[in-house]
Design a protein around this ligand. Structure first.
Ligand code: PRP
Ligand code: ZN
Length: 288
C-alpha cells in the first residue's frame, strides 16, 4: 500500500513535553531530525511529518487540520475546547493545574479566594472550577510567567501548572488546591481521510507496543523441576511460562513476563518457593 500524504504530527517545540514526545517517536522506530532549527521535519522511515509548535497552539492546529494528530497536555486540550479526539494518555508529562497563594497566607479553604484576584493562563478551566465551587473571584488572564504575578502586586494568587513544584517554591508560593490532573495525550483530528487513518492506526499500534513494554519486565529464573509448578502459579505472566531444561539434571530455567507494579511482591514469593538466579530484564516492544 502506498500513501501519498504523510501523517502530520504536531509536537511541542521546546518545553516540558518536547523531549519525551521525541523519545516516544524514537521508541516507535521513527527517526526525525530534532527540530532545533526547522519547524517541519520529515521522518526517514515512516510516512510522518513532524510540526514543531508552541504547545498551546497544538489543539487548534489539529482541530483545523493543519496537523492530523498532536501530542499535548490534557490541560491544554481542556482549556482550548477545540474539536479534537483524545486517543491515548501517553504516560509522561504528569502535572496538575493548581491554585497557589503566597507562602505567608494562612490559607483556610476555598472561601479564601472570595473576592480575590487570580492570575492564570487557564481562564476557562479556572472559571469553571470557581463556578463549580461557588466562589466569586476575579480572573486575570496572562499568557506567561504567571508565577510572578503575586510578587509584583498583579494578583493575590495564581492558577498554574505544577510539576516538580520548583517554580512555585522559588517564587515564594504554595499550592493549595488542585483544579485538574494532567498528562500528555495523543489527540487527533476527528475527520481524517482513510489513508491518514491507516497511518494513524499503524502509529497507534507501535505506541501501544511501546507502552505495554514499559509496564512489563521479562523474568528469567532457575528452579528445581519440582518447583516449576508452584512458581508458574505465582507468575501472572502473559500466558504459560516458557520452561527450558538446564544442563544440570533436575533443573530448569523459566521465562515469563510480569507487570512492573507486581514486581517486588512476586520476587519475594518466587524466592520463597525456591527460585534462584532471578534476572529481571526491560522489554523494548511488546506486540499482541
Ligand atoms: C509550567 C508552569 C511552570 C512550570 C512548573 O509551564 O507554567 O512554569 O511548568 O513546573 P515545575 O513545578 O516543575 O517548576 P509549561 O512547561 O507548561 O510551559 P508553558 O507554560 O510555557 O507552556
Ligand atoms: Zn504552554
Amino acid at each position: 500500500m502506498t500513501h501519498d500524504q504523510p501523517l502530520k504530527i504536531a509536537i511541542q517545540k521546546s518545553g516540558r513535553l518536547s523531549d519525551d514526545s521525541r523519545q516516544l517517536l524514537r521508541e516507535c522506530g521513527i527517526s526525525v531530525q530534532n527540530g532545533k532549527h526547522a519547524l517541519i521535519a520529515r521522518a526517514h522511515n515512516f510516512p510522518l511529518e513532524v510540526l514543531y509548535l508552541r504547545d498551546d497552539d497544538i489543539p487548534q492546529y489539529v482541530a483545523d487540520g493543519t496537523a492530523d494528530v498532536g501530542i499535548v497536555g490534557q490541560n491544554v486540550v481542556a482549556e482550548a475546547a477545540c474539536k479534537v479526539e483524545e486517543l491515548r494518555p501517553l504516560g509522561f508529562g504528569s502535572c496538575r493545574l493548581s491554585l497557589a497563594v503566597p507562602k505567608a497566607v494562612a490559607y483556610d479553604g476555598l472561601t479564601w479566594f472570595e473576592g480575590r484576584k487570580i492570575a492564570t493562563s487557564y481562564p476557562r478551566l479556572l472559571k469553571r472550577f470557581l463556578q463549580a465551587h461557588d466562589i466569586d473571584a476575579e480572573v486575570h488572564t496572562i499568557s506567561g510567567s504567571v508565577e510572578i504575578a503575586p510578587n509584583i502586586g498583579l494578583a493575590d494568587a495564581i492558577a498554574d501548572l505544577v510539576s516538580s513544584g520548583t517554580t512555585l517554591f522559588s517564587n515564594g508560593l504554595k499550592e493549595v488546591e488542585v483544579i485538574m490532573y494532567s498528562e500528555a495525550t495523543l489527540v487527533a483530528n476527528p475527520y481524517l481521510s482513510k489513508g491518514k487513518q491507516a497511518l494513524l492506526d499503524k502509529l497507534l499500534f507501535r505506541i501501544d507496543a511501546v507502552q505495554r513494554a514499559a509496564r512489563s519486565k521479562y523474568v528469567v529464573l532457575n528452579a528445581p523441576n519440582d518447583r516449576i509448578e508452584a512458581i508458574s502459579r505465582i507468575l501472572p505472566g502473559m500466558k504459560s511460562p516458557t520452561v527450558v531444561p538446564l544442563a544440570e539434571a533436575g533443573w530448569s530455567a523459566l521465562h515469563s513476563v510480569i507487570n512492573e507494579d507486581e514486581f517486588w511482591e512476586v520476587i519475594d514469593e518466587l524466592k520463597a518457593v525456591g527460585a534462584q538466579g532471578i534476572l529481571v530484564v526491560p522489554i523494548e516492544k511488546m506486540i499482541r
